[in-house]
Design a protein around this ligand. Structure first.
Ligand code: SF4
Length: 323
């Protein structure tokens, strides 16, 4: 089995007294796209920040290409961390309005003095290959379409020569056709440059289209993970089932199968006892309030944290898979 390019084990992220991420383990394999999904506030972005070094881990370990970041020199840590780049939510908003596209693309190379000769030519060729031709280099951000601005931001990230990209809601705010174009660009860059992606999104259509595997988060913990197609077709965790069924609005015939969750996502500062999902779970039993289920692996690469996993596939074929 190939070594994962990125491995989190028992990761804990805290902000003051709030534990936003509580014991998360996940692996990103070389050349794959792993989706991380869950409601807003479940801890997805905190994981992204910890992985790229913007937020320290309060517990657990992070390894990049088999090397743990704990106990290594700051120089080595920087060098490993540089292999991971974060594509921010609405990255186009981070483009300076006073800089031309040419200067925006060159800027990351000027900031980093470690770039090898010929890198600028490679970056220009890369930009051109995804539709940022010569004619755009003299334009300013406000003269770009939404899709072009996202591509400029993407090339700036790629200029750091990463092997892993953490993309936090990369298609947020784009209309459907522009989303599709951007996802195609991301997919083709993954093949050409041998990249691995951790894609964080609440948009299940996007996740279903581009990810190989998916991990579902609820209140700071992973509740289910495995191959995307298998999970989308037959979720084993009631929360995954509810998330997917909420995505059936484009499929009127299946609306009756919708699983409606009661209540709001509880606060991570005071998580429920036992299974964190028990107050909202439609099939909760008395044991669920007292005993927290652990993530159990099955023999088909799937894992689920539930005392009563769903064993029969509900007739849910989310739009992401169907379309
Ligand atoms: Fe629902 Fe119980 Fe499973 Fe939690 S452990 S998801 S409450 S059935």
């Amino acid at each position: 089995m190939t070594l994962p390019v990125l491995k989190l084990q028992g990761a804990v992220v805290r902000y003051d007294r709030v534990t936003a991420v509580d014991g998360v383990s996940l692996e990103l394999r070389r050349g794959e796209t792993l989706g991380l999904v869950g409601e807003s506030g479940c801890g997805k972005s905190s994981i992204a920040r910890a992985i790229v070094g913007l937020q320290p881990l309060a517990g657990g370990t992070l390894s990049i290409e088999g090397e743990s970041l704990g106990g290594i020199s700051p120089q080595r840590r920087r060098s490993l961390q540089q292999k991971i780049q974060l594509l921010f939510q609405d990255p186009a908003a981070s483009l300076s309005p006073r800089m031309t596209v040419g200067n925006l693309l060159a800027e990351p190379l000027k900031i980093r003095r470690t770039f090898r000769p010929g890198r600028w030519a490679e970056v220009r060729a890369l930009a051109e290959s995804i539709g940022l031709g010569q004619q755009l280099l003299s334009r300013y951000p406000h003269q770009l379409s939404g899709g072009q601005a996202r591509r400029v931001a993407l090339v700036r990230v790629l200029a750091a020569d990463p092997s892993i990209i953490v993309a936090d809601e990369p298609t947020a705010g784009l209309d459907i056709s522009v989303q599709g174009d951007l996802l195609n660009v991301l997919r083709s860059l993954r093949e050409r440059l041998g990249l691995s992606y951790l894609l964080i999104s609440h948009n299940l259509n996007v996740v279903g289209r581009v990810t190989d595997r998916v991990a579902v988060m609820y209140l700071g913990q992973i509740v289910e993970s495995g191959p995307t197609a298998a999970i989308f077709n037959a979720p084993a965790h009631p929360y995954t089932q509810a998330l997917l069924s909420a995505n059936l609005t484009l499929n009127p015939d299946r609306r009756r199968e919708r699983v409606v969750l009661s209540g709001e996502l509880p606060s991570p500062s005071n998580p429920p006892s036992g299974c964190r999902f028990h107050k909202r779970c439609p099939i909760a039993q008395p044991i669920c309030a007292n005993l927290a289920p652990t993530l159990q692996a099955s023999n088909n690469e799937r894992s689920v944290a539930c005392h009563f996993p769903l064993t029969t596939a509900p007739a849910i074929i989310p739009q992401a898979i169907a379309g």
